[in-house]
Write a protein that binds this ligand. Structure first.
Ligand code: WT7
Length: 655
């Protein structure tokens, strides 16, 4: 665990209080106010959330029971009727926000579009009717495989409007990965585009859909809806494929929001786990709406004058909760940007901030480290004075990157909210409330009110301040995942059985190690399981191993994370070849490309090392600890006596 980041975090003791001006305008202004809220919430979490649910959201019908908790299965607002698309759109239309910018979009080539709440509502209704016309009914799943264009958000809201759960598949995933996910969700329709712009090239999304669906690859899919984005040449399959703009042109703009049960499925989002098969994380309607609404409102201290920009892709949970649902439910202005920093425009992020007067900017440590490398000149050449608040998410941020963000981007006046959460949690779990909680570089600070978090040992006992342990949540919260899609047992095993229940209390644990300091601040230390965090994206080691082994040359593979200055972690793969293949650089390149084809570019191994054997215990388990040491060029730490064959290590060391 002793990487430079962790080392520096361990010795960090600077404290940054928000500026007076920020505090005066903040909705939660002091640590005392935060503590009062958190204590009231902890005393009766269900009551706390129920009050907020009636204050903050529109319900067609109120609930009968706030929380039905049959560990590890929770139901929130049972009997309540609600629609998240209604809360994100319709309810703003009767206020002055009707003509406020809901979505400001900037395309990579420099084209742009702004949709007011009224305009967004109109398009969502039309597309909802288009989906109905394609036979989509309440409960049917819809796959969304899109670039970062407004239609991605419109598609999500249209699905939510008619009660068709969506499953967004990140546009960087390969046809293979797309196929697996569409099949697991048994999607009826796929919404995609003729392509997207990325780094001045066209990503051929439609071609990937064609490949996934070829030869009956996804039997459930009956129709494909295609957004015209790049005008690239694509093939349209007669009877199956339809142009979005053609169907939208004749669709009615009248589509009342379906009254959904609070516990109806809102979406499935696939995330990596420690086994090969991606997990379909299930989120439902009412609790998710409430929790993303409230966390967005308080953590970003949102005002009607704010221009908020989150740089994530809608294909990840960050995009779901904090580009689309959280901001729109609050009636905020959310910016969506198709591009990423690239050689032709390395300063594009700062251009977007200047152009739209962005006030709140939310990005990831891996991006911040890349900006540091590009030099201060780029941000310094732009006017960033509109910024008032910064955020970070995805992995522990090293204090050096935090300080740069604070000084160069925030001009030392913007608080930084370091938000710890997961696909599974739906929303922020540990985060500063920026007017109330002083920050320490590298710490996500304190739990959100209503979240009972702790650091415990394997028996569920809290560990003393300063000691490392497992980060757990002790009480259900409204946006917790409900299950793994179609696999309750995997849900139970993955999240609820590693740490023993204590005093009858079940503890949610999703894989992070942490410690608390004397002030109760949480310091997340990273994953303790076989998950690699590459540029803030989770990849299961097994997933990459399965991809490697599916190549005819590979007999066995083991994959570990290796510290990387830019990406946080990089993938290091040990590969044993089938007898009749011989090691070569060409084969290494071929295997890397094979992983890209199987999963997507985010999973490309940084390094592959060929070996004759892997270090294993006598019972045949790969000793990953040793592989991690080898990958980072460190001495083998710890006892090797449990190893089956001692000579294996010598051979691996030589590479
Ligand atoms: C894992 C969740 C939640 C959106 C982004 C990733 C790591 C996330 C932080 C943070 C330290 C963090 C954890 C977590 N992580 N945010 N602020 N500080 N670690 O979502 O793909 O579900 O990954 O990302 O390891 O378990 P995800």
């Amino acid at each position: 665990m002793a990487s430079p980041t962790i080392e520096s975090i361990l010795h960090e003791n600077r404290l940054f209080s928000p500026a007076d001006e920020f505090v005066q305008n903040a909705s939660i202004k002091s640590l005392e106010e935060y503590r009062a809220l958190a204590e009231r919430a902890a005393a009766d979490p269900a009551q706390f959330w129920a009050e907020l649910a009636s204050q903050e959201l529109h319900w067609f019908k109120s609930w009968d029971t706030v929380l039905d908790w049959q560990p590890p299965f929770a139901k929130w607002f049972v009997g309540g009727k609600i629609n998240i698309s209604y809360n994100c759109l319709d309810r703003h239309l009767t206020t002055w926000r009707r003509n406020k910018a809901a979505l400001i979009w900037e395309g990579e080539p420099g084209d742009s579009r702004t949709l007011t709440y009224a305009q967004l509502h109109r398009e969502v209704c039309q597309v909802a009717n288009v989906l109905k016309g394609l036979g989509v009914q309440k409960g049917d799943r819809v796959g969304i495989y899109m670039p970062m264009v407004p239609e991605a958000a419109i598609a999500m809201l249209a699905c939510a409007r008619i009660g068709a759960p969506h499953t967004v598949i990140f546009g960087g995933f390969s046809a293979e990965a797309l196929k697996d996910r569409l099949n697991d969700a048994e999607a009826k329709v796929v919404i995609t585009a003729d392509g997207g712009f990325r780094k001045d090239k066209i990503v051929p999304l439609k071609a990937a859909v064609d490949q996934a669906l070829a030869d009956g690859g996804v039997p459930s899919v009956a129709s494909v809806l295609v957004v015209q984005r790049t005008k690239a040449e694509i093939t349209m399959v007669e009877g199956r494929d339809h142009w979005w703009h053609e169907l939208q042109a004749t669709a009615s703009a009248h589509c009342p929001a379906e009254e959904m049960d609070a516990e109806d499925l809102l979406f499935i989002l696939y995330t990596s786990g420690t086994t090969g098969k991606p997990k379909g994380v299930v989120h439902t309607t009412g609790g998710y709406n409430l929790y993303t609404h409230t966390t967005f409102k308080w953590t970003f201290d949102i005002k009607d004058t704010d221009v908020y920009w989150c740089t994530a892709d809608v294909g990840w949970i960050t995009g779901h909760s904090y580009i689309v649902y959280g901001p729109l439910s609050n009636g905020a202005t959310t910016v969506m940007y198709e591009g990423v920093p690239r050689p032709s425009n390395p300063g594009c992020f700062w251009d977007v901030i200047e152009k739209y007067g962005v006030t709140i900017f939310y990005t990831a440590p891996t991006a911040i480290r890349a900006f540091i490398k590009m030099g201060d000149e780029l941000p310094k050449a732009r006017d960033l004075s509109s910024l008032r608040l910064l955020g970070t998410v995805g992995e522990p941020i090293n204090p050096e990157a935090w300080m740069w963000y604070h000084q160069v981007i925030g001009g030392e006046r913007c608080p930084i909210v370091d938000t710890w959460w997961q696909t599974e949690t739906g929303g922020f779990m540990i985060t500063p409330l920026p007017g109330a909680i002083a920050t320490k570089p590298g710490s996500a600070t304190l739990p959100f009110p209503g979240i009972l978090a702790d650091v415990v040992d394997l028996d569920g006992n809290p560990v003393p301040p300063g000691e490392g342990g497992y980060l757990v949540i002790k009480h259900p919260w409204p946006s917790m995942m409900r299950t793994v899609y179609g696999d309750d047992d995997r849900y139970r095993r993955t999240y609820w059985e590693h740490i023993a229940p204590i005093n009858g209390q079940y503890l949610y644990f999703a894989g992070d190690g942490a410690r608390k300091d004397a002030d109760g601040y949480f310091w997340v230390m990273g994953r303790v399981d076989d998950v690699i965090n590459v540029s803030g994206h989770r990849l299961g080691t097994m997933e990459v191993e399965s991809a490697l082994v599916s190549h005819p040359a590979v007999a066995e593979a083991a994959v570990v994370g290796r510290k990387d200055d830019l990406k946080g972690e990089d993938i290091f793969a040990f590969v044993i070849l089938e007898g009749h293949y011989s090691a070569s650089d060409e084969l290494k390149q071929e295997l890397k490309q094979h992983v890209v084809n199987e999963i997507g570019a985010i999973a490309r191994p940084g390094e592959i090392r060929f070996a004759d054997a892997l270090p294993k215990t006598r019972s045949g388990k790969i000793i990953r600890r040793f592989l991690r040491n080898l990958a980072s060029g460190e001495a083998i730490a710890g006892d090797a006596s449990t190893m089956e064959d001692q000579s294996v290590l010598d051979q691996l060391r030589q590479g």
